[in-house]
Design a protein around this ligand. Structure first.
Ligand code: FES
Length: 272
């Protein structure tokens, strides 16, 4: 079918933005989603920053609950019992978070995540803020130059995130053996839920999908990788949900450990 006059690509070989004076002709509340996204991300960043520097109530000694914000705790500054991998690092000054080895990688992993990129490009950088809404920036260079070209390091953050998720899993397993031996409390359920969702988030990563099934020319000749790639691809369709759920469970886990550790609440025990 022929295109209407003036709308075929041939009529506009160097496409540019349409000249529309108003920023948008939309009349719905298009700004609501970017606003909620900004508030959600800002809340997490403020909470995580404050908690990472507090250096108190991150280890509930009686039940061996360690918040993921302080894992792994490898310094002499960590409270007794919280260092599951020893303390090869000496005392740390107060301005350095105790989990300084893992936090930059976790931050990098989330910042360069394909989903979060979409979220903060639209909500914070406003490029573009919504469909059919003009953006404030004059030029668009995408991720082709500094600093955004650095987003390509995401795959390397993915490998480190795998290791950190393993460490969080180890912490959650150790928490089943508190000072009184084996037991299960609400804290165990929360720690476990958090690591399950962290695995879902990590394994649903686009880089994981590429690692498992990328560059294969013949799926039929690689049935194992094909099966793994198929499962990862199923998880991948829910990556955005896992991205938000894990922000929530990270805060919930930390908050619960904080409250139990400080004595504000007692852990709800199911066994022992
Ligand atoms: Fe989101 Fe990799 S794409 S963590």
């Amino acid at each position: 079918m022929a295109s209407p006059a003036g709308t075929s690509p041939a009529d506009n070989p160097t496409p540019s933005r349409a000249s529309i004076a108003p920023r948008t002709l939309r009349t719905d509340r298009w700004w609501l989603q970017p606003l909620l996204t900004t508030l959600g991300l800002a809340t997490f960043v403020v909470y995580a920053t404050v908690r990472s520097f507090m250096r108190t109530d991150y280890w509930a000694a009686e039940h061996h609950y360690l918040t993921p914000f302080y894992s792994p705790c490898l310094s002499d500054s960590c409270v007794a019992g919280s260092s599951h991998f020893g303390t090869p690092i000496g005392e740390l000054p107060a301005f350095i978070p105790l989990a300084f080895l893992s936090l930059p990688f976790l931050l990098g992993f989330r910042l360069t995540c394909y989903y979060y990129r979409k979220a903060y490009y639209r909500s914070i950088w406003m490029a573009p803020p919504a469909c059919a809404v003009g953006e404030p920036h004059e030029r668009y260079t995408g991720e082709t130059r500094l600093p955004l070209i650095l987003q390509n390091v995401h795959r390397y953050f993915f490998y480190v995130a795998l290791v950190i998720t393993l460490i969080n899993t180890y912490d959650a397993i150790l928490a089943f053996g508190g000072e009184n031996g084996f037991g299960i409390g609400l804290g165990n359920v929360i720690l476990l839920l958090n690591v399950v969702l962290l695995w879902c988030y990590t394994l649903s990563c686009h880089s994981c999908r590429h690692v498992t099934g990328g560059r294969l020319k013949h799926f039929s000749r690689n049935p194992v990788r094909y099966r793994i790639w198929t499962q990862v691809s199923k998880l991948n369709t829910r990556h955005m949900e896992f991205a938000w759920l894990t922000l929530g469970t990270l805060v919930l886990t930390d908050l619960y450990v904080w409250l139990v550790s400080s004595g504000a609440i007692a852990d709800l025990r199911f066994i022992n």
